[in-house]
Design a protein around this ligand. Structure first.
Ligand SMILES: Cc1cc2nc3c(=O)[nH]c(=O)nc-3n(C[C@H](O)[C@H](O)[C@H](O)COP(=O)(O)OP(=O)(O)OC[C@H]3O[C@@H](n4cnc5c(N)ncnc54)[C@H](O)[C@@H]3O)c2cc1C
Length: 166
């Protein structure tokens, strides 16, 4: 999509930083506000990055020959674009597993852990995206490695403690 006329659709507050980000790829970026109302500060940020802001509801993506060609607004405007980015909201997929085990989670539901991945529940470690949605494969695997070391040390400590009780 580099150097092409691209867009970001405003679906949640993180759509605005996403528009600032994709501006790295093209000089022609439109932020379709859609359901998002940018604050004065956010509008200033978009202006600094020379991201054009188009207000109004988006009703349709125009697709021709299996290619996106434009974005249509409820007032009838049709604005040519070759790609539209939609920023998802990240949510941990833990199915109540963490909370069911009594682990503390933050407001968004991600596990609260120490540097080794230890949760607030003894004997339970967490690693990867269930801890932080920004983690990539390398950081998730690193978290898993740190947790494995800590779990092994915990098992050794438990063995030592058991023997001392014999
Ligand atoms: C679109 C996209 C593109 C990405 N691109 C990159 C990239 O280019 N490079 C990069 O490094 N990273 C990339 N990532 C991030 C990368 O995928 C993650 O950081 C990584 O997969 C996290 O690993 P994880 O083991 O924490 O979680 P996951 O890979 O999500 O694994 C968690 C597993 O647990 C399972 N699970 C959930 N609940 C339960 C339960 N109750 N019981 C049993 N199993 C359960 C899930 O089904 C899943 O299989 C991308 C992510 C996305 C979404």
């Amino acid at each position: 999509m580099r150097d092409q006329p691209i867009a970001v659709l405003g679906t949640n507050p993180v759509s605005i930083p996403h528009a600032l980000l994709v501006r790295q790829w093209s000089d022609d970026v439109i932020f379709f506000a859609h359901v998002v109302e940018p604050t004065a500060d956010e509008l200033a940020q978009l202006e600094v990055r020379r991201v054009q802001v188009v207000t109004g509801r988006v009703v349709r993506l125009v697709v021709e020959a299996d290619q996106l060609s434009a974005v249509e607004l409820s007032d009838g405007r049709v604005i040519p674009r070759t790609a539209v980015f939609v920023r998802p909201v990240n949510a941990p997929h833990a199915d109540g597993l963490l909370t069911g085990l009594g682990c503390e989670v933050d407001d968004a539901g991600f596990a609260i852990v120490d540097a080794s991945g230890q949760t607030s529940t003894a004997g339970v470690w967490a690693a990867g995206n269930v801890v932080d949605p920004r983690f990539q494969v390398i950081t998730s695997a690193g978290g898993g490695s740190a947790a494995a070391i800590a779990i092994n040390a915990d098992l050794v400590r438990e063995d030592v403690e058991r023997r001392s009780l014999e």
